[in-house]
Design a protein around this ligand. Structure first.
Ligand code: UGA
Length: 421
């Protein structure tokens, strides 16, 4: 199939390149020519394992343009993948979706064939039908479902394993009441061997938020229980191994620790809280999920203080990205940790295999180590991200405060505190 992908950020790049690998013809559209230039030179605009290799392998199936109308003319299906950042009050900023819909609508006007528009960006229930569709109809002078197709197809990709997740998804959610749109999406994904779940548009939009909210709830629950376990000298990892053996519960996303970060969980849960409040429903559980998550870094600091007067001491931080195999520091737990340590008068040295350039923009005044070994020379070491290489360090004789359960540190350190174990 011939597909336009609007937006070459994280979701757009991964989706487009993986669809090209499936044999589809991809037209990437972005207002940022620099990102398109990267794609044209064989480099993905976002870091994700295996993505550059797939891009190089499928180059002949990938073209780029800044002209949406041109892309629409050459394709039958458009997938909107632009970002939906957070407003200061937690609600979603739809600026990019709205801009994309206006340009798309103008393009649809000139397109003679039945073109299908799919929203993959994470948007609150109702957004596709009450924001995107009216703009498309107004700009194009056409009617949804009669003259063009419309639907929602949320993504469930995790940073760091997005290519694998794309090809091994648990389900493909198709939100549409239009039979032609449903058929187009089924044809698009037919080689994936995943079950299709067909529903209406706003239910599909809700499935995305509820999936993220449930996973984040599971993590905050694991952390609350983990804090209780810690006080009772119980290893919460053992507890959740036992609990997760119940097939009704499952063992995934029970890794207790310093909490969740990233561009999705915190933002999406705040958006769901704001959506819930706007409808007059008090989101008690969701608020508690955020609160537990916000408090978790301070628990790690409290464990450090049990062993050390922080003021004037050199504290080494291992890991800055919000998770391993990523250079992304958005909402990383390293940020509140470093802020608190600075506030308490510590000297800080940090190391991360990939995220140091981004962290330097936020914290130019702290020391950046050349290797993880340099961090080990500190008075105390705090583990914030479980990069694989931190499992190969020699922690003998060290004071280690661990937010992510690096087992080797637990075995070797002279003084070791795990946050929930
Ligand atoms: C998350 C979801 O897992 C994806 O399904 C979803 O598509 C994506 O958001 C999105 O909405 O785009 P992501 O944020 O990339 O993916 O990464 P996760 O692996 O879910 O990790 C998020 C945070 O939770 C990380 O800080 C991680 O360290 C933390 N986490 C995860 C835990 O603290 N414990 C766990 O057991 C699992």
């Amino acid at each position: 199939m011939k597909i336009s992908i609007i937006g070459t950020g994280y979701v757009g790049s991964v989706t487009g390149i993986c669809l090209a690998e499936m044999g589809h013809q991809i037209h990437f559209v972005d207002i940022d020519q620099a990102k398109l230039d990267m794609i044209n030179s064989g480099r993905s605009p976002v870091f994700e394992p295996d993505l550059d290799d797939l891009l190089l392998k499928n180059r002949e199936r990938i073209t780029t343009t800044t002209d949406i109308a041109k892309a629409i003319r050459q394709t039958t299906l458009t997938i909107i993948c632009v970002g939906t950042p957070q407003n200061p009050d937690g609600s979603s900023d739809l600026r990019f979706i709205i801009d994309a819909a206006h340009s798309l609508g103008k393009g649809l006007k000139k397109d003679q064939k039945y073109h299908t528009v799919i929203v993959k960006s994470t948007v609150l229930p109702g957004t596709t039908s009450t924001v995107v569709q009216p703009i498309l109809e107004k700009e194009s002078g056409k009617l949804a479902i009669k003259d063009f197709g419309i639907g929602s197809n949320p993504e469930f990709l995790k940073e760091g394993s997005a290519v694998h997740d794309f090809f091994h998804t648990d389900r493909i959610v198709i939100g549409t009441n239009d039979p032609k749109t449903k058929d187009a999406l089924k044809a698009l994904y037919k080689s994936l061997h995943a079950p299709f779940f067909n529903t209406d548009i706003k239910t599909a939009e809700m499935i995305k938020y509820v999936s993220n909210a449930f996973l984040a709830t599971k993590i905050s629950f694991a952390n609350e229980i983990g804090n209780l376990c810690k006080l009772n000298e119980i290893n919460s990892y053992e507890v959740f191994r036992g609990v997760g053996m119940d097939s009704r519960i499952n063992p995934h996303f029970f890794r207790s620790g310093i909490g969740f970060g990233g561009s999705c969980f915190p933002k999406d849960i705040r958006a769901l809280i704001s959506f819930s409040e706007s409808k007059g429903v008090e989101p008690r559980i969701l608020k508690a999920v955020i609160r537990t998550n916000d408090e978790q870094p301070q628990k790690l600091i409290a464990l450090l203080k049990k062993h050390l007067d922080i003021k004037g001491k050199k504290i080494g931080i291992l890991g800055l990205s919000f998770k391993p195999d990523s250079d992304d520091i958005r909402e990383s737990r390293a940020i509140p940790i470093v802020l608190t340590l600075l506030h308490e008068g510590a000297e800080i040295i940090v190391y991360d295999p990939m995220a140091m350039p981004a962290f330097k923009n936020l914290f130019p005044g702290i020391s950046y180590a050349r290797s993880s070994d340099d961090v080990l020379k500190s008075d105390a070491i705090m583990i914030i991200t479980e990069w694989q290489e931190f499992s190969n360090l020699n922690y003998t004789g060290k004071l280690v405060i661990d937010g992510r359960k690096v087992n080797k540190a637990g075995r070797e350190a002279t003084i070791y505190e795990g946050i929930c174990w």
